[in-house]
Design a protein. Structure first.
Length: 138
């Protein structure tokens, strides 16, 4: 499926395949490419549930303070309110699909597009707060 929008989030390619306008706000579908060793920091959502599916590469997923190996095709549910993340533990670029419910997180990512933690950390933290996200330690 051709993305409706492609973004760069902290140097990683993020494709929005389905946005909230297409689902009347019910859900969003994304695909993120991850370089070896990369992935978002541990975080928690107050508004969204997420379902991750590894498409290519080798990933680990964090849930309930434990890292779990996630082979291609593995499905991982991250309910709102729980700290979670993923990381590419392989030696090649990986791809992971993210189903988000309800929609809206795509607007957060659109505002993050092109920002850098090195120079834009204050704005990034404001966006986390605005969208009901918080950075966590595992």
């Amino acid at each position: 499926m051709k993305p409706v929008r492609t973004l760069k989030i902290f140097g990683e390619r993020l494709e929005i395949l389905v946005d909230g306008t297409m689902t009347e706000g019910a859900s969003t579908m994304l695909v993120q490419e991850s370089s070896p060793g990369s992935g978002p920091p541990p975080h928690r959502h107050t508004k969204e549930d997420e379902i991750f599916t590894v498409l290519e590469g080798e990933y680990e997923l964090l849930s309930e303070g434990q890292w779990h190996r996630a082979p291609v095709g593995e499905i991982f549910f991250a309910p709102r309110g729980k700290v979670h993340t993923f990381r590419n533990v392989g030696e090649t670029t990986g791809r992971i699909a993210v189903f988000v419910s309800p929609a809206g997180l795509e607007h957060f990512f659109a505002k993050l597009d092109g920002l850098s933690p090195a120079t834009d950390l204050k704005r990034i933290l404001e966006l986390f707060e605005e969208y009901g996200l918080s950075l966590q330690t595992p």
